[in-house]
Design a protein around this ligand. Structure first.
Ligand code: IFM
Length: 457
């Protein structure tokens, strides 16, 4: 491998999620998800945007797959809409929903693109919210496992790469511990932090039970991954004392020690549990074994990390706030920290002691203020700068021997960015929402060249 080359089998991909692109929200038997209800509630999503039409991918998937093929994208990560498959969240299967994903996958395979399906990317069925409050109830783990089994048995002949759940923190801690305005996700404000942690514990259980269900239902052997957006701790300088501080701080940074850590090691971080005290979730006997399923890969959604330095006083580390002039992209939380790719991968391998686990960057990208110029082009050199630096950090991880196997840019196209509606554009393809025209941005052409050269260009 030359210095700037990726391994020959490196998986180059692009990612999307059902609610963010599909539209056709009321068609072919689909019933509402919590995001349909949330976005239809005035004041919850910027400009009153909803995912009812989104990128109309449900009707335009052939064109979108063709676009991917033209860019040379070899792997596509998409999500399956639970309420399209099981409109009531459980029970009767909607055959039209199965048909849609079979057709999408057949089209991908016909273009030599490998499908990677995420079972849950935040659009839980409204029916389960009405029945028992979604993730507040342990019951959801059983329903999610049933859904996983339905999907794996019907689509497992065509899909061999499964991802159970996307970013547990976002639809549990942000949804139920609502403090920020606009809220990032639907949910209910619960009474205590303990109840918030209980929702993420239920999601971990759902992940574990879904892994078991997929292995049983899939007609052929398959690969299963969890996708998480843990926040890497970055040493302020790469010296032994600051690296040790970053590793120590990793466990108590945000929800790291209570989501990715139990999923990959079978135990919540003791340091986190001590910090939480009475707010720690109730963990029933046997839960941790269910949560800690054998995985074939881990999906790391990487956007920003947080800097840490060693200090002389207990606990031996300190988090460093971002100064106001620190470079940021077009989201309030999107700090430019390319080192977070390298350190995120290294934390999984070393800090969580899972050097055996193949890793994929399952999302990486940024929102920028894209404009179409007089020639009809979008010259998003800010996005190229961002992606190039994060990819260099990915390459460093590979060169040092960490098991990074692939990379999915977020996102294939502009889409419904949750509480920010269509105001924020993360795509390498521009979507003109009035006409649904797709315009590959300069970053799409740049990414296509990286894929072709198998290198960062
Ligand atoms: O658009 C989201 C995606 O759904 C989950 N990960 C972060 C992206 C950007 O906010």
């Amino acid at each position: 491998m030359q210095h700037d080359q990726f391994p020959a089998d490196f998986a180059w991909g692009a990612a999307t999620a059902a609610y963010q692109i599909e539209g056709a929200a009321t068609q072919a038997g689909r019933k509402p998800s919590v995001w349909d209800s949330f976005s239809a509630t005035p004041g919850r999503v910027l400009n009153g945007d909803t995912g009812a039409v989104a990128c109309d991918h449900y009707h335009r998937y052939k064109e979108d797959v063709k676009l991917m093929a033209a860019l040379g994208i070899k792997h596509y990560r998409f999500s399956i809409s639970w309420p399209r498959i099981l409109p009531d969240g459980r029970g009767a299967v909607n055959q039209a929903g199965i048909d849609f994903y079979q057709q999408l996958v057949d089209c991908l395979l016909a273009h030599d693109i490998t499908p990677h399906a995420t079972l849950f990317h935040w659009d839980s069925p409204q029916a389960l919210e009405d029945r028992y409050g979604s993730w507040r109830s342990r019951e959801i783990a059983n329903d999610f496992a049933e859904y996983a089994s339905v999907v794996a048995s019907r689509l497992g002949d065509r899909i061999q790469h499964w991802m159970t759940i996307n970013e547990i923190f976002c639809f549990t801690h942000i949804g139920y511990g609502v403090e920020q305005v606009p809220p990032h996700a639907p949910g209910t404000v619960v009474d205590s932090l303990k109840e918030v942690w209980q929702t993420s514990h239920h999601a971990l259980l759902a992940h574990g039970m879904a892994c078991q269900a997929i292995r049983t239902a899939s007609p052929v052997p398959c690969s299963i991954a969890l996708v998480d957006n843990f926040v890497p701790t970055l040493p302020i300088a790469e010296t032994p004392e600051h690296i040790a501080a970053a590793q120590q701080a990793f466990h108590v940074n945000g929800t790291n020690g209570g989501i990715v850590e139990p999923a990959l090691t079978g135990a919540y971080s003791p340091a986190l549990l001590e910090q939480l005290g009475p707010n720690a979730p109730d963990i029933a006997e046997g839960d941790l074994a269910i949560i800690h399923q054998p995985l074939d890969a881990f999906g790391f959604n990487n956007y920003s990390g947080v800097y840490v330095r060693a200090i002389d006083q207990a606990p031996g580390y300190e988090f460093i706030d971002f100064p106001t002039s620190y470079p940021k992209l077009h989201m309030p939380w999107l700090f430019f920290t390319p080192d977070s790719t390298y350190w995120g991968i290294r934390h999984v391998s070393e800090t969580l002691q899972r050097p055996d686990l193949p890793i994929y960057i399952t999302e990486n990208g940024c929102a920028v203020e894209d404009k179409i110029n007089a020639n009809g082009e979008v010259l998003d050199i800010d996005r190229i700068l961002f992606l190039r630096h994060y990819l260099r950090s990915a390459q460093r991880a590979i060169q040092e021997g960490y098991p990074l196997k692939g990379y999915f840019v977020w996102s294939l196209m502009d889409n419904f960015e949750w509480a920010w509606g269509y105001d924020r554009r993360f795509g390498i393809t521009y979507v003109d929402y009035a006409t649904q025209q797709r315009i590959p941005k300069a970053s799409a052409h740049w990414y296509a060249t990286c894929i072709r050269e198998n290198a960062i260009v």
